[in-house]
Design a binder for this molecule. Structure first.
Ligand code: UDP
Length: 244
């Protein structure tokens, strides 16, 4: 049973439980895709039925960001904890290294995935990164062909939302990858080109404020956050979590 937050069903898992689920996906046949929606993405999904269905069709739906966790709490169905996509991905690297699985990195501007791979290898020397590609392609077929030829077990899809979710959903049968996951701007984080908020801000759930200060042009997108909270409060007044 998933925890519904304004129409998007989240897996109510701790980071450790999410990693266990990922291990299972990595070792079973099939082409599973995973998503990490934050409140902005949930707000977008509230107004886009198709996108909502794509999110809900994922094998794993992890709550990235304080907004989704707050939303669940306000609706009376709290989630165990925030499982930020980039932290999940960082933990997954250790599992991939331990189990000898192959990772492919897709997304970001040219050079970003390569830089991210280099930094990942510094921390996880035994990690096999079997390929990288930037996220600014016109034709999808050669990208898919290149990924399949590298035979990855895991694929990080970092094209931003909703592009990455649409890509994974549309090509889930074409991509021979047991586990793929949409991770937004995470490769910029691994590459070091976009710095993460200081720990104290993360602890105080202020990561969104840090991003806003660093990238003021995100204001339009970020306005979805208060709109999301207002929608959650309206839902709560209507009687809590009966949406969807
Ligand atoms: N991106 C991409 N291809 C595109 C558009 C975006 O690879 O056509 C990349 C972009 O370079 C960035 C990431 O997708 O690395 C989106 O980052 P953002 O922080 O906006 O994503 P979020 O995590 O907020 O969805």
């Amino acid at each position: 049973m998933r925890t519904d937050v304004m129409g998007v069903g989240f897996d109510n898992v701790t980071m450790a439980e999410a990693i266990e689920k990922a291990k299972a996906l990595l070792s079973q046949p099939g082409h599973a895709y995973c998503v990490t929606p934050n409140a902005e993405i949930v707000y977008e999904a509230m107004h886009d039925e198709n996108f909502r269905a794509i999110l809900n069709g994922a094998a794993l739906v992890l709550p990235d960001g304080a907004g989704t966790v707050l939303g669940a709490k306000l609706l009376g169905t709290p989630l165990k904890e925030k499982v930020a996509g980039i932290d999940f991905a960082a933990n997954l690297l250790g599992i991939l290294e331990e189990t000898g699985k192959r990772l492919y990195l897709l997304g970001g501007k040219p050079g970003i995935a390569e830089q991210a791979a280099e930094n990942m290898k510094k921390k996880h020397p035994g990690l096999c990164i079997c390929g990288t590609a930037d996220g600014y392609f016109k034709d999808e077929a050669p990208v898919i062909e290149k990924i399949n030829a590298s035979k990855p077990d895991a694929l990080f899809v970092c094209l931003g939302a909703p592009k990455q979710e649409i890509f994974m959903h549309a090509h889930r049968d074409d991509l021979n990858v047991p586990m793929m996951i949409g991770l937004g701007g995470s490769l910029d984080g691994f590459a070091g080109t976009v710095k993460r908020a200081p720990d104290w801000m993360i602890r105080l759930q202020l990561e969104w404020l840090y991003r806003l200060i660093k990238e003021p042009k995100r204001i339009g997108r970020m306005m979805r956050l208060p709109k999301f909270v207002l929608a959650v409060l309206a839902q709560r007044m209507r009687g809590g979590n009966s949406h969807g």
